[in-house]
Design a protein around this ligand. Structure first.
Ligand code: ASP
Length: 341
C-alpha cells in the first residue's frame, strides 16, 4: 500500500474509533445495594442469580424506552422487577425492623418537571415505587407515610398485600444475627458516645436497596429508589431513600441520582441534591460531583454508594464499600453488570 493511502486509512480508523467512543451513551443505570459483598462469600449460583435479575431489570426498563415510553415508565418497570425479587432489600426481601416488621420506603422524581413523590414506613403496598409515583401524579403532595400512604395506595388501586408477603427467611435470620451482635457490641462499646450517637451499632446488614435512573428518547431523566431500610432499625425510622435530595433526586439540567448505604449519613449530607448542585453551580461532571459527595459521606464515617446519569448519557457509579450490585445499558441495548470492586 502506498504511504499516502496508508496514512489516510489510519486517520480514518482513528476518527471512527473516536466517534464510536464518544457515542457510548448510557440510557439506564441501576443499583441493587452496596456493602460487604465479597466474591469469597458468594456461591456461583447466587452470583448467577444476581446477574440474571439485574440483567432482566435493565432489559425491562430498556424495553419501555425503546417503545418510546417515558423515563418514569422505565424506572418503575425496572424497580418492579427488583422489588418482586427476594434477593434485594426492597419489596419482597426487605429487611426487618427491630420489632420484626417490614417497613418500606421509596421515592421517584421526574427530571423534566422536578415533580417528585415518596412513601415511607409502609407495610402493605406490594410495590412501593408505584405508590411513590401515585403520590407524585395523583395527589397534591410529595410525601406520604405509614397508614395514610397505605390508604392512599388502596384508593388509587395499587396492589395491597398482607405484611407476611414480605417475609423471607434470609432477612429474618439477618435480624436475629443483628440483634445478637448489637447487644454484644453495646457491651463492648459501653460509654462510646460516637457509636451511641450513630444509633445503629450494627450497620452491615442493611444493604440491598434498589435504584434506577433512566434517560428516555425525548431526553428526559427520571430517578427512583426503593428499600426496606436498615436491618434492626427502630420504630418509625426513615432512611434517605424516600427523602428527596438525600437518597433520590433528578433534574434534566444536571443528573438523576439514586443512593444506597448508611442512610443517616446520606440525609445529613443531602447527597443527591449536593451532586446536582455541584454540577449546576460549579459545572462539575457527573463523575466529579458524585465522587466529592461520596467522599464526604466516607469522611464522616458513612458507607455506601450511588448511581448517577446525566442528560448526555454519562454515568457514575462510585461506592466506598467492598461491592455494589450495579448495571448499565447503552442505547444500543448492551448490558453490563458488576458486583465487586
Ligand atoms: N440507604 C438505605 C437506608 O438507610 C439502606 C441501603 O441503601 O441499603 O434506609
Amino acid at each position: 500500500m502506498k504511504p499516502l493511502k496508508l496514512l489516510a486509512l489510519l486517520l480514518f480508523s482513528a476518527l471512527t474509533l473516536q466517534v464510536s467512543a464518544q457515542q457510548k451513551k448510557y440510557v439506564m443505570v441501576i443499583h441493587g445495594g452496596a456493602g460487604t459483598i465479597l466474591k469469597k462469600n458468594m456461591s456461583p449460583e447466587k452470583e448467577a442469580a444476581y446477574i440474571a435479575v439485574l440483567t432482566q431489570a435493565l432489559q425491562a426498563g430498556y424495553a419501555e424506552i425503546k417503545a418510546g415510553k417515558t423515563s418514569m415508565d422505565a424506572v418503575e418497570a425496572t424497580i418492579h422487577i427488583m422489588e418482586n425479587d427476594p434477593h434485594f432489600n426492597a419489596g419482597k426481601g426487605a429487611v426487618f425492623t427491630h420489632d420484626g416488621r417490614n417497613e418500606l420506603d421509596a421515592a421517584i422524581m421526574d427530571g423534566k418537571t422536578l415533580m417528585a413523590g415518596s412513601v415511607a414506613g409502609v407495610t402493605t403496598i406490594k410495590n412501593p415505587i408505584s405508590a411513590a409515583r401515585a403520590v407524585m401524579e395523583k395527589s397534591e403532595h410529595v410525601m406520604m407515610v405509614g397508614t395514610g400512604a397505605e390508604q392512599f395506595a388502596k384508593e388509587v388501586g395499587l396492589e395491597i398485600v398482607d405484611p407476611k408477603y414480605f417475609w423471607t427467611k434470609e432477612r429474618w435470620d439477618g435480624l436475629q444475627k443483628a440483634i445478637k451482635e448489637d447487644s454484644t457490641k453495646a457491651v463492648l462499646d459501653h460509654g462510646n458516645k460516637k457509636s451511641e450517637l450513630l444509633g445503629s451499632k450494627n450497620h452491615d446488614y442493611k444493604f440491598g436497596t434498589v435504584g434506577c435512573v433512566a434517560l428516555d428518547k425525548a431526553g428526559n431523566l427520571a430517578a427512583g429508589t426503593s428499600t426496606g431500610g436498615m436491618t434492626n432499625k427502630k420504630y418509625g425510622r426513615v432512611g434517605d431513600a424516600p427523602i428527596i435530595g438525600a437518597g433520590t433526586y433528578c433534574n434534566n439540567e444536571t443528573a438523576g441520582i439514586s443512593c444506597t448505604g448508611w442512610g443517616e449519613f446520606y440525609i445529613r449530607n443531602v447527597v443527591a441534591k449536593t451532586i446536582s448542585d455541584l454540577m449546576e453551580y460549579k459545572s462539575l461532571s457527573v463523575a466529579e460531583a458524585s465522587k466529592i459527595a461520596l467522599d464526604k459521606v466516607g469522611k464522616m464515617g458513612g458507607d455506601g454508594g450511588l448511581i448517577a446519569l446525566d442528560k448526555k448519557g454519562n454515568v457514575a457509579m462510585p461506592f466506598n464499600t467492598e461491592g455494589m450490585y450495579r448495571g448499565t445499558i447503552t442505547d444500543d441495548g448492551k448490558v453490563e453488570v458488576s458486583i465487586y470492586k
